[in-house]
Design a binder for this molecule. Structure first.
Ligand code: C6P
Length: 409
């Protein structure tokens, strides 16, 4: 069984008290905490070999470049990419999806082509496509969410049947409902209809073993900061021929082959997509986070998180006035709920007063909130260091919050 109690000692931030109580951190879907070795790796990089990458011929620059490219190789293996050339460093999932929207969509979409999204997408996988649809004349189509919080795949087939769909962009796991979508099956159906498939892996990468080869998707996007790495770095993994055919997303230093005053040619992939000085320290820190996950028993972590999720769902369902959102059979430890008579923001503030961190609001999923018929929810989300005692404190505090807000004290 996964030893969360030992693992949490690796995370310095969890060792503190907040508002006089030991911290309970349940906002992991927003960002995870970082193990000491990730923090030390970033410090050590600045203390020993800080230099710009791919530019200079001195020792520090060579060392920084070697470490930076080592992370690309490590990430390629970790995510099952065919070659490190298929791994592009970005600022995060948001930038990765924008890169595809502008680099691929702006070049290849034509008026009346269709882009299929779903009702459960994060704004990061909606707004870039809205912008591209406006720029190209392509149309947006949406797979509906069922009352259980899963995707209606028959509806996907109906959308694909019109023969105009060029891209299916779907989240692997919902940051509101926790639902894990059958993205390999969705990619298969997209390909059969002649469309590409982009998977938003922001929530799946930290928890599920990912092989882009097995998913058979064309693009996979994720963020380092949700998978125990630093902020400011993410990945876009794409298929070689598609990346090669795309336009660059941003222009600038290091993404070029030859520059004339009026025009330029581009560097090979992945450098074509990495204009300017990248977030070198964050990339190197991400390498340490991947190394941390590689050493861990990920199957045991997943089983532990599933066990905690089931226990939390049961305990919350037993509380009067609590409504839970999402009951998909395949789900992650992302638990959204409302409490009758208590606004989600008030609840989050009340819990903060007891040293418990959750998230509240529309969770960057306004269309899904409308579908669920609520303006906002509260969300507790789990990571490998959460313990049953964290959930006991959460549940007890929610009970107190309801008493406080609904009956006075
Ligand atoms: N969701 C949450 O609290 P960035 O901000 O680029 O690292 O990730 C964007 C993103 C894209 N897709 C999904 C499914 C996500 O959950 C997120 C980030 C956080 O739910 C912050 S809004």
């Amino acid at each position: 069984m996964w030893d969360a109690e030992t693992a949490r000692r690796d995370f310095p931030v969890l060792q503190q008290t907040v508002r006089g109580r030991p911290l309970v951190y349940l906002d992991n879907a927003a960002t995870s905490q970082k193990p000491a070795e990730v923090i030390q790796t970033v410090c050590e990089y600045y203390g020993t070999c800080n230099a710009n990458v791919h530019r200079a011929f001195h020792y520090l620059a060579e060392e920084a470049t070697r470490r930076y490219e080592d992370v690309r190789r490590r990430a390629a293996t970790f995510f099952g990419a065919a070659t490190p050339r298929e791994v592009v460093f970005t600022r995060g999932t948001t930038e990765s999806i924008n890169l595809v929207a502008w680099g691929w969509g702006r070049k290849f979409l034509r008026p009346d082509d269709a882009i299929v999204l779903t009702e459960m997408e994060h704004h990061s996988n909606l707004v870039p496509w809205q912008l591209i649809a406006a720029a190209t004349g392509a149309r947006l189509r949406f797979v509906p969410v069922t009352p259980e919080g899963t995707l209606d795949l028959d509806a996907l087939d109906r959308l694909l049947a019109d023969g105009r769909v060029r891209m299916v962009a779907v989240t692997h796991a919902s940051n509101v409902l926790g639902t894990v979508n059958p993205v390999a099956e969705i990619a298969r159906r997209a390909h059969r209809a002649g469309a590409l498939c982009l998977v938003d892996g922001a929530q799946s990468a930290p928890h599920l073993p990912i092989s882009v080869r097995d998913l058979d998707c064309d693009f996979y996007a994720c963020s380092g900061h949700k998978m125990y790495g630093p902020t400011g770095v993410g990945l876009l993994i794409g298929r070689t021929p598609i990346l090669e055919a795309m336009n660059p997303f941003m222009g600038g230093g290091e993404m070029i082959d030859r520059v004339e005053l009026e025009h330029s040619t581009w560097a090979e992939i992945p450098h074509k997509f990495e204009a300017g000085t990248p977030n070198i320290s964050a990339v190197i820190g991400l390498g340490a986070a991947i190394a941390y996950l590689e050493r861990a028993d990920r199957a045991a972590i997943l089983a532990w998180e599933e066990h905690l999720t089931d226990a939390a769902l049961q305990a919350l369902a037993a509380l009067p006035g609590v409504r839970l959102f999402g009951s998909a059979p395949q789900r992650l430890g992302v638990i959204s709920f409302t409490v009758d008579g208590v606004h989600p923001h008030d609840l989050a503030q009340f819990l903060d007063g007891e040293g418990i961190a959750i998230r509240a609001g529309h969770l960057c999923c306004q269309p899904l909130m409308r579908r669920l018929g609520v303006p906002a929810v509260s969300r507790a989300s789990l990571a490998l260091y959460n313990m049953p005692a964290d959930l006991d404190r959460l549940v007890a505090a929610i009970g107190r919050a309801r008493t406080y807000f609904c009956h006075g004290t």
